[in-house]
Design a protein around this ligand. Structure first.
Ligand SMILES: Nc1ncnc2c1ncn2[C@@H]1O[C@H](COP(=O)(O)OP(=O)(O)OP(=O)(O)O)[C@@H](O)[C@H]1O
Ligand SMILES: N[C@@H](CCO)C(=O)O
Length: 294
């Protein structure tokens, strides 16, 4: 085998109440990552936002993964996920590279072990190790990360509308606005919503999943960064979305919806953003299955 090419898709962390714990894989958008054995570790990035993505291995999430796995490789990233979108743009190259190197050198890691290797790569982007994007990127479905535990659950059939407004939200700033302590009532509400979400996944009921997404900790403190947030959310709910949440630290908003309603919901959400003077783009997609070797 002289190279391995993988498709590593976008992910949406938090899923409403599951702050830093839950995540879901999306089918679209995605990065294509190609890895070959080489004399030295190099990274080439092209595509979406390439100019803003560092190519030095120790500053790039994919490079940190290769260093962690101790392999000299050339990594080509064809980026399809806008950096700073809240769609796990920095996680996809880390997750894809971990899976590709494991395959290329027959290293024999399990998918769960690869999640923790890829999470170390995220440190290059976020400054700290976190796995709530790399877990769904590798495992697919909805994932839970808690301490050193990671697992995934399949989800019922449902469409996912991801609307990416032309707004910049820095993950760093979006984390700084969060309170260090929360009132008991708020904690109970958040635990309830996160529990409902997993119950909905277990029962394969998208209505329960959708109901759990809103009025959460993440929404309360971060919706202020997304101009028109309430109107855009209401537009989706009026047209029959199961629920709406901020994707990761934003600015993308995701609406879980019946498949046949996705297109009209996407149009309505984009129109509301336009009324607030904000350009946006839409992805109409579904739950992803995890990194695919292609
Ligand atoms: N391989 C990489 N691909 C993309 N971005 C990278 C990569 N390595 C480092 N980065 C940096 O990561 C930052 C993007 O991460 P950020 O957490 O802001 O966005 P995101 O991953 O889309 O959001 P979220 O984590 O909320 O889903 C950019 O500043 C970018 O320079
Ligand atoms: N759970 C993280 C995801 C962003 O990387 C956050 O919301 O800050």
């Amino acid at each position: 085998m002289d190279h391995v090419r993988v498709k590593a898709s976008a992910t949406s962390a938090n899923l409403g109440a599951g702050f830093d714990v839950l995540g879901i894989a999306l089918e679209d958008p995605y990065d294509i990552i190609e890895v070959r054995p080489a004399k030295e570790l190099t990274i080439k990035v092209e595509g979406r936002g390439a100019a803003s993505i560092p190519q030095e291995p120790e500053k790039n999430t994919a490079g940190v993964v290769a260093l962690e796995m101790g392999k000299n490789v050339s990594i080509k990233i064809k980026s399809g996920i806008r950096p700073g979108s809240g769609l796990g743009s920095s996680a996809a190259p880390a997750a894809g590279t971990a899976v590709a190197i494991n395959e290329l050198f027959s290293m024999g890691y399990t998918k769960e072990e690869l999640v923790w290797i890829a999470a170390k790569g995220e440190k290059a982007a976020a400054g700290s190790i976190h796995a709530d994007n790399v877990a769904p990127c590798i495992l697919g479905g909805i994932t839970v990360v808690c301490g050193n535990y990671v697992n995934s659950i399949d989800v019922p059939e449902m469409g996912i509308v991801a609307i990416l407004p032309d707004i910049i939200v820095s993950t760093k700033v979006a984390r700084e606005v969060l309170p260090k302590t929360v009132p008991l009532e708020e904690m109970i509400n958040n635990i309830g919503k996160a529990s409902m979400l997993m119950l909905g996944a277990g029962k394969k009921d998208p209505h329960i999943i959708g109901r759990s997404l809103m009025e959460t900790f993440n929404e309360k403190y971060r919706s202020r960064f997304i101009k028109g947030y309430s109107d855009v959310k209401d537009a989706a709910m009026e047209l029959g979305a199961y629920g709406v949440a901020i994707s990761g630290s934003g600015p993308t908003m995701i609406a879980l919806s019946p498949v046949e309603k996705c297109s009209s919901i996407a149009d309505a959400m984009r129109k509301k953003f336009t009324l607030h003077g904000v350009d946006s783009e839409a992805y109409i997609t579904c739950t992803g299955k995890g990194v695919q070797i292609i």
